[in-house]
Design a protein. Structure first.
Length: 315
């Protein structure tokens, strides 16, 4: 296997200034390698977050993003991002970011920034779960396993190619549903090595972009889990449809280089779509961010098989 590194993430959010065509500022960024027919959706979210953050120069910090994925992005090719400066107020600022590739619009988001002010504080409750050190990494879990549609390339990608070590509770859903078919799970995440500086971003902005990047890898997994599906399922097709993320507080310096808990819940599944939500915590219980995403989940014949299982009394 290749050396484990977080450089894929920092390469994804390294932007190049470009000439705007329609709006106020523009940047280009390159989608990163993955073994699927389309680029990873977290590339687009994190790149748009980086573009929006680079347009705010008065110290306000990103507190929310609301995104739509309209077309798949090609892998290893530039996406042209245009930033519209919708509003700059004393307390808040708003940006629209649109991503284009091959002359077509494929991604759009609204991003809001806040100056911050004194106020009461509340933290979500950290779930009582096993710590990461006793759990297998993706590489360790997959080392002697095979099956389904998993290829050598997808095994390598799940193991080392995503910039972050990911350890599941109760277990992963790569080749089957490890653990019970419940509508919740958690993933401990940590970059494979210390995050590198990113030109044009402060370390705090880079760390914010890291949460936006890593959140999309597993946000639909609690929906797959409760439906009894897994990533190597024959015929499974998934796609991000829309995405919302709230950044409640800044990561403490250095926290992005350590373990964070991503606690996730399946909200609904119907008509080929599933809704997942997640919350990021530091190990001491500080609630950093909340994510909600709806995605397409399509498996030919899955509805018929599920009805047959239920009719036969199988879980």
């Amino acid at each position: 296997m290749t050396d484990t590194t977080s450089e894929t993430f920092t390469a994804a959010v390294t932007l190049t200034p470009a000439a705007p065509v329609r709006f106020d500022l523009a940047f280009t960024a390159v989608t990163q390698p993955c073994p699927w027919p389309k680029a990873y959706g977290g590339d687009l979210v994190a790149q748009a977050a980086a573009a929006a953050m680079r347009s705010v120069e008065d110290g306000k910090t990103l507190h929310s993003m609301h995104s739509y994925f309209m077309r798949p992005a090609e892998i290893g090719k530039e996406v042209h991002y245009e930033v519209e400066l919708l509003r700059d107020g004393r307390g808040y600022a708003t940006r629209q970011v649109r991503g284009h590739q091959n002359g077509k619009e494929l991604y759009v988001c609204l991003a809001n920034f806040a100056a911050g002010e004194p106020g009461a504080s509340h933290h979500g409750e950290l779930p009582d779960l096993p710590g990461p050190e006793g759990l297998p990494s993706s590489a360790e879990y997959l080392a002697d396993r095979s099956g389904g549609t998993m290829t050598a390339a997808s095994k390598e990608y799940w193991s080392t190619g995503r910039s972050f070590d990911m350890r599941h509770v109760p277990g992963p859903v790569y080749l089957g549903v490890e653990g019970a078919r419940v509508p919740h799970q958690a993933v401990w995440v940590r970059p494979f090595d210390a995050l590198r500086p990113v030109e044009g971003l402060t370390d705090a902005q880079r760390d914010t972009a890291a949460l936006a990047y890593v959140c999309d890898y597993t946000i639909l997994e609690p929906v797959l889990r409760v439906l009894g599906l897994h990533w190597a399922q024959q015929g499974l097709v998934t796609a991000s449809l829309d995405h919302a993320m709230w950044f409640h507080r800044a990561l403490p310096p250095g926290a992005a280089d350590g373990w964070l808990l991503y606690a996730q819940q399946a909200g609904a599944a119907e008509a080929g779509r599933g809704l997942g939500s997640g919350r990021f915590f530091t190990p001491d219980g500080t609630h950093l961010a909340t994510v909600v995403q709806e995605g397409m989940i399509r498996v030919p014949g899955a509805d018929r098989a599920d009805r047959a299982d239920r009719a036969a009394g199988r879980p």
